[in-house]
Design a protein around this ligand. Structure first.
Ligand SMILES: Nc1ncnc2c1ncn2[C@@H]1O[C@H](COP(=O)(O)OP(=O)(O)OP(=O)(O)O)[C@@H](O)[C@H]1O
Length: 341
């Protein structure tokens, strides 16, 4: 659906050259909700601007619905863009116009017949649950309602793809959740593929099935959300995952662990999907000569899956600990030794 292949983009200014994108590749498939996460300046906006043709890469390809944007004439690009809706952090609405007018605008600009406009606007208003606000001025709406209008406007041209640029960053947590649920509904019920950029891992956790992590203009890690949350590789990814999954040992417990005189090892176990059902802890307790101490545990919902993290202290002789590790590994659970204790 969307392929960015080895894209490079530099900006030159009076302060020198900025490599906004360096050999960036992503592949978004039909039906995905694909999140691009990174701190400020990582290159997220530049990447999303390549996808809607607002920027062109210095080298590399951007392919949307089978069309290489670099080969398209202006009219062809305009036609393709009609199938790409855009949602913005600051909504980009006309504050002094009504909700109806704002939503109708893309069709008014296309000179669509009045009846068609009316039918479509009412349909999308119903979908975003703002029918009662049709004649209200945008300036009188809350942030969440404004974003619903922004989303409704993006839906009037019946897009195949929705690009969301920090769509929830200006909203409080409760409103963020309702907007994310709306995006998921658009994905499921309308079959719209969503590519979003964010700096909030909660957004990725709640609605994305895939994620790419960006740092300094590069994609440092990409994959399914379950894999990236389960086995984050890059330090920046671990930092993002830790903002939503607390898998660290609390300080107060750490000091007690350090006082332990017997031989022990601390292990972090992650149960995702079907591995949640395995009786792993009971299995380790059956290893003769091993005492199991639970130092911490958290449960997170990841889409339709659950991810449980347990931090265990295994106390016993080294060969018994190795035996317990074998038991754990045979159960398809992700296991990491917690070093430096
Ligand atoms: N038009 C431009 N001219 C010059 N430099 C630019 C331009 N657009 C982006 N940059 C630079 O490219 C780098 C990546 O910027 P980009 O906006 O893509 O990052 P971002 O991850 O979206 O950050 P933010 O979350 O702050 O928007 C930054 O160093 C930025 O200053």
């Amino acid at each position: 659906m969307i392929k960015v292949e080895h894209a490079n983009k530099t900006f030159s200014g009076k302060y020198g050259t900025v490599h906004a994108l360096q050999d960036v590749s992503i592949h978004v498939e039909k039906g995905d909700i694909y999140g691009i996460i990174g701190f400020s300046g990582a290159g997220k906006s530049t990447l999303i601007r390549l996808v809607n043709g607002l920027e062109t890469p210095d080298t590399g390809n951007v392919i949307v619905q089978g069309e290489n944007l670099g080969n398209l004439k202006k009219t062809q690009l305009r036609k393709l863009r009609r199938k790409i809706g855009m949602v913005f952090q600051q909504f980009n609405l006309l504050e002094s116009k009504t909700v109806y007018h704002n939503i109708a605008l893309p069709l008014i600009l296309e000179k669509a017949p009045k009846e068609e406009i009316d039918k479509k606007v009412k349909e999308v208003l119903r979908f975003v649950e703002l029918e009662d606000k049709k004649d209200v001025y945008v300036s009188q709406l809350s942030g969440g309602q404004k974003q619903r209008v922004g989303i409704a406007r993006a839906l009037t041209t019946t897009p195949d793809i929705l690009l969301c640029d920090e769509a929830t960053s200006a909203l409080d947590p409760q409103t963020t959740e309702s907007i994310l649920k709306l995006l998921k509904k658009i994905n499921r019920e309308m079959g719209v593929t969503i590519l979003l950029i964010t700096h909030q891992m909660q957004v990725v956790q709640m609605i994305c099935n895939k994620v790419a992590v960006m740092e300094n203009g590069q994609v440092v890690e990409a994959g399914s959300v379950l894999d990236v949350f389960g086995k984050p590789q890059a330090p920046v990814t671990r930092r993002f995952v830790q903002t939503v999954v607390n898998d660290q040992i609390p300080e107060s417990i750490l000091s007690l662990v350090k006082e332990q005189k017997e031989h022990f090892r601390v292990e972090r176990l992650k149960f995702i999907g079907s591995s949640v059902k395995r009786p792993v802890i009971s299995d380790i307790c059956h290893v003769d000569g091993i005492v199991v101490n639970i130092l911490g545990a958290t449960v997170q919902e990841l889409q339709e899956n659950v991810m449980c993290v347990f931090i265990l202290q295994l106390i016993g002789a080294e060969e018994k600990i190795l035996e317990a590790e074998k038991q754990i590994d045979g159960n398809g659970v992700i296991r990491e030794r917690v070093e430096a204790i």
